[in-house]
Ligand binder design. Structure first.
Ligand code: ADP
Ligand code: MG
Length: 282
């Protein structure tokens, strides 16, 4: 790339830097994107760059495949009902150890290669994620019953980057495993985020789940609700789409679903005109 082209790229970023200065951007880093080899270092660079130009990124991460791996190593067979992991007390312990003790630590360390920026949290910390049982058959799978964003706001005020594992807790201190998509949407709404970005393992929402050429580049909450109703959206895409709708209806400016396995997908989405992935607006 010659000098003019490099300068053009930087200038292209200028309106986005100005527009998002001081704004909160919640990024959900999916377990499937995390598992991809090239991804973590580039992801950390994007988050640190966003923070360095005045945005206030909040990372919410998943870890389903990582939980599945440890369960396999321990000889425990995962059981799913309607795409949700049946979570007995032992599975909850495993999920919590993997999410809080491993995946969260890895993301925090990768970001902190660039400076003392990231602080890891569990949704149990400072009452961040209140949870209740989703259904008795699923065990300790929680639904978000409330978000207290105070701890996140405090960390952001100190110019730190919160990295959140989505374990919630109820009034009695019982922990629950919460779907990270749902938690990210609820946190984005609670902190009044300008933008919510889902990094997953597909380039965006497709009109035909199995056909990459049917990518929906831009859509509205009304159209999305119809896509859920007609069965276009299935499996792991359901909680993403549902929380995009919920977050945008609760004041988040825009939500995006992107392929987190593509190096710097986040950077391209946030700082360039190139529309990648799916954008959801009101
Ligand atoms: P993550 O770890 O990012 O949460 P998930 O596997 O839970 O990943 O969700 C992403 C998956 O959702 C995709 O890989 C795809 O198999 C599935 N999916 C379901 N419906 C659609 C759709 N309409 N368009 C794209 N992907 C879809
Ligand atoms: Mg998922």
């Amino acid at each position: 790339m010659d000098a003019n082209a490099k300068a053009a790229v930087l200038v292209e970023a200028l309106p986005y830097i100005r527009r998002f200065w001081g704004k909160v951007v919640v990024v959900k880093y999916g377990g499937n994107a995390i598992g991809d080899d090239a991804s973590p270092a580039a992801f950390a660079e994007d988050i640190v760059l966003m923070r360095s130009v005045g945005m206030r990124p909040v990372v919410v991460h998943g870890g389903g495949p990582q939980i599945g791996d440890l369960m396999n190593r321990l000889g425990k067979t995962p059981e799913f009902r309607d795409g949700l992991r049946v979570t007995d007390a032992e599975t909850l312990d495993i999920a919590r150890m993997v999410l809080v003790g491993k995946v969260n630590r890895d993301i925090v360390s990768t970001i902190n290669v660039h400076g003392p920026l990231a602080v890891g949290l569990s949704g149990e910390d400072a009452g961040l994620i209140r949870a209740e049982a989703k259904s008795p058959e699923l065990g300790y799978v929680g639904e978000v019953s409330g978000v207290d964003p105070t701890i996140v706001e405090r960390l952001l005020a100190q110019e730190l980057i919160p990295v959140i594992a989505t374990i919630g807790s109820d009034d009695e201190g019982q922990a629950y495993n919460i779907n990270a998509d749902t938690a990210a949407g609820a946190i984005a709404a609670a902190v009044g985020a300008e933008k919510l970005v889902y990094l997953t393992n597909v380039e965006g929402l497709r009109r035909d789940k199995d056909d990459p050429s049917t990518l929906i580049s831009s859509t509205t909450t009304t159209e999305l609700a119809a896509l859920v109703a007609d069965g276009t959206v299935v499996e792991g895409m359901i909680p993403k789409v549902a929380s995009c709708i919920e977050a945008v209806r609760n004041g988040v400016g825009q939500a995006h679903i992107l392929d987190g396995r593509v190096a710097h997908a986040l950077l391209l989405e946030v700082f360039t005109q190139t529309g990648i992935g799916t954008m959801v607006t009101a």
